[in-house]
Write a new protein. Sequence first.
Lengths: 1017, 462
Amino acid sequence: MKDKNFIDLASVRAGLENGGKKRFWRSLEQLADTEEYQKLARQEFPPNPPVKETQPGLSRRNMLKLMAASAGLAGLTACTKLPIEHITPYVRPSEEFVPGHPLFYATSMPRPEGGATGLLVKSHMGRPTKVEGNPDHPGSLGSTDVFGQASVLDLWDPDRAQTVMHGGAITNYSEFLELLGQLRNLYLTQKGAGFRILTETVTSPTLGSQLKSLMAEFPEARWHQYTPVNRHAEREGLRAVYGEFLSTYYKFDQADVIVSLDADFLCSGRGGVRYSRDFADKRRIKDPHSSMSRMYVVESMATITGASADHRLPLKPSQIEAFATALAAAVGVKDVEPGSQAAEGVPAGWITGLVRDLQQHRGGGIVLAGEQQPPRVHALAHAINAALGNAGKTVIYTDPIEAQPVNEIESIRELAADMNAGKVDTLLIIGGNPVYNAPADLEFEKALDKVNLRLRLGIYNDETSYRCHWFIPQVHFMEGWSDDRAHDGTACMVQPLIAPLYGNRSPHEVIGALLGDAGRTPHEWVHGYWADQKLASTVEYETFWETCLEKGVVRGTAFPAKAVTPKPDFAAALPKSSNGKGAGAGSMEIAFRPDPTVWDGSYNNNSWLQELPKPLTTMTWDNAAYISVKTAEQLGVVSEDVVEVNIQGRKLRVPVWILPGHADGCLTVTFGYGRARAGKVGNGTGFNAYSIWTSDTPGFAPISKPGKTGDHYNLVTMQRHSIITEGGHKEEIESKSAFNRDLVRVASLDEFRSNPDFAADPPEETTQAPNLYPRQDYSKGYQWAMAIDMNSCVGCNSCVIACYAENNIAVVGKEQVDAGRIMQWIRVDTYWRGSLENPETYHVVMPCMHCENAPCEYVCPVGATVHSPEGLNLMVYNRCVGTRYCSNNCPYKVRRFNFELFSDWKTPSLYGVRNPDVTVRSRGVMEKCTYCVQRIKEAEIRTQVENRTIQDGEVVTACQQACPTQAIVFGNINDPNSKISNQKAQSRNYVLLAELNVRPRTSYLARLRNPNPEIKE
Amino acid sequence: MAAREPENVGTLVAPGSDVLGPGHSYGSVTDKISSIVLTRGTGNKYKVGLGVAVMLLLMLNFGVTVLFAIGVGIWGINIPVGWGFAITNFVWWIGIGHAGTLISAFLLLMRQKWRTSINRFAEAMTLFAVACAGTFPLLHMGRPWLFYYLLPYPDTMGVWPQFRSPLVWDVFAVSTYATVSLLFWYVGLIPDLATLRDRATKKFKQVIYGAFALGWRGSARHWKRYEMAGLLLAGLATPLVVSVHTVVSFDFTIAIIPGWHSTIFPPYFVAGAIYSGFAMVVALAVPLRKYYGLEDFLTIRHLDNMGKMMLATGMIVAYSYVMETFMAFYSGNKFDIFMIMNRMTGPYAGVYWTLIAVNLVIPQLLWSSKIRRNPLWLWVLSFSVQTGMWLERYMIIVTSLHRDFIPSSWGMFYPTKWDYIIFVGTIGLFFTLFYLFVRFLPMISIFEMRDLVHKTAEEAES
């Protein structure tokens, strides 16, 4: 420190002379009582939240008085009648509450970036245990993504904040209400000057209207919105082209040609689940006459969207802008000149082939840009869609679904500036976590300390809550009433399934209190808001309301498509991207994106998501800087080497991970890790990308060559990738072996049409080999089987989390995953084909194969794994002694062993999330996929009572139910008309390792690609 | 009740042969061997050796306590490598035991007189090796307290073991082996226990040895029945030499994993077992001979013969290695070819080539009779073979499992400190038992040595 104050010796002496007070001293600085010392002491012992004055000691007399009063008042509480707020179950409503029979309730999961996923939540005796998608919700259609599936664990998270805190001490909500009352009176007189609210993106109509009313009452107050991962660039891009805030959504089920410019739209971000379904529907192959769409992906990171592409081109983020410009110029967007860099990194013929394809499918194409790309690329994408006549057909524009759309980066920047300028007296932060995730250049934490009164409503006592005077625990969405909107604007209900576990509060209550209506419950706010919308007559309103709750959505509230025309001169006025500066081929870049499992950090304390292997890398419990093979060579690093990235003096030390298919010359880091106060699960995981992320370069930033530090950091992946150099080029031996063994079968659409049986197993491998033991008769009764369509699967991992939730699967932690002991019953394997620079990526979803000649069964010495007459390979936990022979002999290695006591038997709150129909396994027991036998048995019992057989589609496994693309089909193969029989009859049907004669019941449908014949790769 | 000694006690002196030093009489043989137990006492070297062994045994207790408290997760095993050190050690120890049975039963039936001086401690070695081996199937279980599920006991639920599983066959094979070995060993001890009872000077020893001697008086009727019992037990034990390790090899061959699923395993395992067993006999015999001055009883001829046995069985093992590799390519099975290539060039190539070196190449030195007849050389070679045989089982188990059919599930096995603690701990158990054995029981069969003296003398006369 340059201007460090030298200690004034005179004041030290003075301090010593006055030593009567300070007998013991820690340092000379303390004696001198310098400012620096004070600062240091403040850092060591956090100054805020300021400690509240303690109550003076009670006298005996007062104590007795208080006791008497409490006893009297305690009696009074018995007279309080809580308001009855009816919630309405979704399907199979029972007349009464039948113990042991779960009920489903429709609700919606609000997302940090705005918009909600519609869910059906299973409630066992009032205990939410499992999440499914809501078939009536346009963003779900009955499926969910990983976040939706994992949300139920957040509800029961023992680390959730449980008490109202003031100045670091526990207090109660009524004291906070008193404060809010005082604040209201104060700001009514001041017209709200000095009062600020910071929320995440608000798409809840009720909360939006409450906040708007509040802003009307406090005209000089400001409402800021900020979410780090959001559609910042898209909003601005749309504004540049159309001059107003708009929302868009895409109809992938009607698109023949899709061009993604760094957009990872499958199962990620707003509408991702629906998009996956639509995308898969358009590519579903029944027979050689079926057709499928064609997707081109230009991206820097290797994503699951790129893995699903027919043509994929890895480009540095900055080069994608040049690509977009060239594409726009080629399809005839006015006033766009292709830049000189256009062809860099793009193989010859790529753009011409792509343009011809797009032009042949006018009105049937989609060009979309990713959030990492600057507004300019978004503007170009929308202009291309307009030029090709896609706008209004496959690309739909509506009014914004946000209650009040703003440029959020500007919004937080303004708030930080105002806080620094001392213009903010009171700040109420609802949700979010800006201290952790605001752009680093705003130095939000420092600015926040300058605010006199900081109030916070949040789910966790996190980094932001810790810096606030008041902290109120917020409700989980399964605990509180609210509403929200789907990606197309459809209003959906957030219906609670359980009373708040810890007396948590809803934003509706807190804003309500500021509006002077502290007594009004969230239910009344939401109920009242929709009554005001006059969607039903007053007489019928209660019926309407119940229908809304039952279905989870307010029917007919999707926003109508808006006819928009681009501004004539938009191209000239396009924002010049600051990112493009100096982005030549030789320079390095760093791209930021949300993490596929912990997103922006909101899900960091969720152990299911932490342990979920990330797509393609199968990394767990950490993030890394992903780089290409070539870049790794340039930097002289290998996976797990720590490098130091420096952006404008901000440094981040992060380990690299070599990811085949990643663009050269850039690093990608994901957000959401490196948190200080996430909780027991999340603390200490990964590296904080926000620490080098600035508001002027939100998508990607140019950097100098990252320096090698010589450190090593252990990154843990589920699937091992051994990259070796063979014959001068890099190879990954796992993938090579997988293709040698025909585990992945793939053909182009044309090859499939000329040879529909390309994937079939040779007959000598499928005929029954002689057997010593009598063969089981599988011709009678139900015979359960599964087929997984690898042409539909996008590798999103929803099935994996669904399986965790349904089957009480234990989380083992990073060290045990490293030791090879991850417990998941279904996994998504990744294999690459082709050069590691830009390989084709394939997923294989692996549940238990339920072999008819199961090799696990005959080696078990105690008969703990046996075959059921219905073709299920069962695991008898009680009988298992844990020899692990079954796992050794399983050719698919789908069995999982409790090497230690992996299930959490100690944390009471986690008892809540467990599925009561599934045993919680103990130490020393083998386990594996059961085809959700509990669901099969439930259906069998139910249908036996009703004296009928199980209909096709009545038994749905957890993975099948969650699958956004409906790639998994399950059912009875003895029913020739069932969906599963149809799938298995398809020519693409094959089984893994048929030559072993184990006769697996799980089969696969081969993957197809639809490449453009004009583009040779 | 003194045992009746033969009439010509003290008068018959054998001239010596290649299996017995010259100038031994009934008395000198009996004196020499029984003095180790009764009069020689406990030397300092013995105390140090026993101390070390007991320390290792305590380490085993510690390791097992932690294992039972936490679970098999303390080891390095995982999915896909579900078996690691425990099963390797199990097969290794069982194999070591085989030489004892072979010597005492098989060579008895073959009337090989050179077995006389080594059979007793080789049998003891068998017993102790089986004790070490027997702990591992128990320890490696996820829920060892339920081990009895593997036994065919009358369960109230009517549940039986699953008889198609080789692990159940193992239970029968190993428990039969342990029982027969114990009986054989004990029956063989009875006349010697009587000798010790008669020679013991302290009441306590007389009572203990006397109790175990089961009233042996050495009458002709005793001897007649005794010979018959010994012959019957030898007949029972002989098939076990072949059957036990065959069944153990079924643990692997019955599975479908490349590297395990192989018809060559039963003879290959039996040969390997005898190979390592003789190596262990040599490893024990050379220091015993030296320390207790038993050069007259454990002659160079014995060492030479054991060296030849090692060479013969080692060649069978080497042939198996070659055939395994050849068959993988000859079959054209892509999984088998990959497995062999992965063994030779994969992450565990070091294990494979070390194994080839210590188990196949170095033992070729046994072709030289100079080396076979040099106790020190033979002793060193025996360790090479034992290391090799341990590595062989490690290679079969770990390298076959770590990369099998589905490449996404490939993994690695890294042993933890607990793997080593428990392995080394059982070595402690073995040597503790062995130290106690040489201190309290005659390590060489006295009565058979007397018989040998008689026969040697007769042969010299004729």
